[in-house]
Design a protein around this ligand. Structure first.
Ligand SMILES: [Fe+2]
Length: 376
C-alpha cells in the first residue's frame, strides 16, 4: 500500500540562503550548530552561511569525512552538546547531510547504533531529532529531503539508517551554491539524480505522484539538456537551477524505491579503499540495468524516451551510454579502479541491498554477475 508524504518545506531559488535566519526563527531555533566538510569551508560556502545568520553560530564542525564514520559523528555530537546548540544546519553534499542527521540522532538517542539500522527495522526506535535545516551544495543526492543517512559504524559495517524523523525540517536549495562545482563532480552528481529519477519510475511499487516527479527530473536533466549545459559551463545559473531541481525531484521520487543500479553501486561503494564515487558508479551501471529491465515496463520506457527527448523505440541504454560519453564519465568500471576480483563481493552485497528489492523485475545472482561483467 503506498504511503505518500511530501511534507518537507523547501525554499528553492537563487538567493534562497537569504531565508536561513527566518527559517531558523520559524523553527524556534536560535543557536544553530553547522555540520559541513573541509572542501565546503575552503570553497567559501561556509562563510556565506555564517554571513546569512544574524549572530554567530553556537558551533561549527567542518571536518566531515567523505564517508561518515561513527567515531567522528560521536566527536561532532560531543561538540554539539558542549556548545549548547538547539538546532543543526547541514551544509554540503551527501556526506555532510548524513553526518548532520547522525549527529541529530546521537544527540537524542542512546547507542549502540546498530539497532537503528534500516535492515533490521530500526526506524521504530527513532524519535524526534533537533530541528535540522539542510542546505545542499551539490545537485545529486537529494539528501535534503530524504529519510536516510549512511554511516560506517564502529563495527566496520556501513549501515543505512532510515526514519521520517531524519528528514530535515526545512531544505534551503540555493543553486548559486553549486556554481563553483567542478565539471567532473557536476557530471557524477547529476547522474546520481538522473538514476534516482529513472529507478524510481521503474520500481514496481505503486506511487503515481513519485513516478510523475521522476519523469520531470529526467526531462529537465536530459530532455531539456540542462545536465550537459551545467557540465559544459558551470557558471550557467539556469542550468544549475534545473539540476538542483532534478536532484530534489530525484529524492522525492525515490520514496517509491530504487533498483539494481543502486543495489550494485551501494555494494561497490563499500570498497572503501577504492573511494569510488557513488554518482559515477550509478552512471556506469545505469545503461546495463536499462537493458536488463527491458520488456517488463514498456509503457514506462516509452514515457522515459519522451522525457529524454528520444525517438519512439530508441534504445535507452544506448542513450545513457552516449550521455555518459558526452559528459566525460567512463564507460567501464575498470577505468575507475574496479577489478574482476571485486565482482563476487559486489554481487553478494547487491543481493542484500534494500534497493535490490524494488528493482523493475526480480534479479538473481546470475543477472548481477552478467551485469557486473558487462560493466567491467
Ligand atoms: Fe544515489
Amino acid at each position: 500500500m503506498p504511503v505518500m508524504n511530501f511534507m518537507t518545506p523547501c525554499i528553492f531559488d537563487h538567493g534562497a540562503l537569504g531565508k536561513l535566519q527566518r527559517t531558523l526563527q520559524g523553527l524556534g531555533a536560535s543557536k544553530p550548530f553547522i555540520v559541513t566538510d573541509p572542501g565546503i569551508k575552503a570553497a567559501g560556502l561556509l562563510e556565506r552561511v555564517t554571513e546569512a545568520l544574524s549572530g554567530e553560530p553556537a558551533g561549527i564542525f567542518a571536518e566531515t569525512l567523505p564517508n561518515p564514520i561513527e567515531a567522528q559523528a560521536r566527536e561532532a555530537t560531543a561538540q554539539y552538546q558542549k556548545c549548547g546548540a538547539d538546532s543543526i544546519i547541514a551544509l554540503g553534499g551527501g556526506s555532510s547531510m548524513d553526518m548532520a542527521k547522525i549527529v541529530g540522532l546521537m544527540a537524542t538517542h542512546e547507542g549502540p547504533y546498530e539497532k537503528y539500522a534500516a535492515k533490521t527495522g530500526g526506524a521504530k526506535y527513532i524519535g524526534k531529532i533537533p530541528p535540522l535545516v539542510a542546505i545542499p551544495t551539490t545537485s545529486g543526492t537529494g539528501s535534503e529531503v530524504s529519510v536516510g543517512a549512511v554511516v560506517i559504524l564502529d563495527t566496520g559495517v556501513k549501515e543505512t539508517i532510515v526514519s521520517p524523523n531524519l528528514i530535515p525540517a526545512t531544505a534551503i536549495c540555493d543553486p548559486t551554491l553549486t556554481l563553483g562545482l567542478p565539471a567532473h563532480l557536476t557530471a557524477a552528481t547529476g547522474m546520481d539524480a538522473v538514476t534516482h529519477c529513472i529507478e524510481a519510475v521503474l520500481s514496481p511499487r505503486e506511487n503515481p505522484p513519485c513516478e510523475a516527479i521522476g519523469y520531470d527530473g529526467v526531462h529537465r536533466a536530459i530532455g531539456d539538456g540542462w545536465l550537459k549545459r551545467a557540465v559544459t559551463d558551470g557558471s550557467d545559473e539556469e542550468a544549475r537551477y534545473h539540476m538542483m531541481m532534478a536532484s530534489y525531484e530525484g529524492a522525492l521520487a525515490f520514496m517509491k524505491g530504487l533498483g539494481g543500479v543502486h543495489a550494485l553501486s551501494h555494494a561497490a561503494g563499500r570498497l572503501h579503499e577504492k573511494r569510488l564515487h557513488h554518482g559515477t558508479l550509478n552512471a556506469i551501471f545505469l545503461p546495463h540495468l536499462l537493458r536488463a529491465n527491458e520488456g517488463v515496463a514498456d509503457a514506462k520506457y516509452a514515457r522515459l524516451r519522451f522525457a529524454m527527448g528520444l525517438a519512439e523505440g530508441a534504445d535507452l541504454g544506448e542513450a545513457v551510454d552516449q550521455l555518459n560519453a558526452d559528459i566525460g564519465i567512463p564507460a567501464k568500471l575498470s577505468a575507475i579502479g574496479v577489478e574482476a576480483s571485486d565482482g563476487p563481493g559486489i554481487v553478494e552485497g547487491a543481493l542484500k541491498d534494500l534497493a535490490h528489492f524494488s528493482n523493475a523485475k526480480p534479479l538473481d545472482q546470475g543477472d548481477y554477475e552478467r551485469i557486473f561483467e558487462a560493466a567491467l
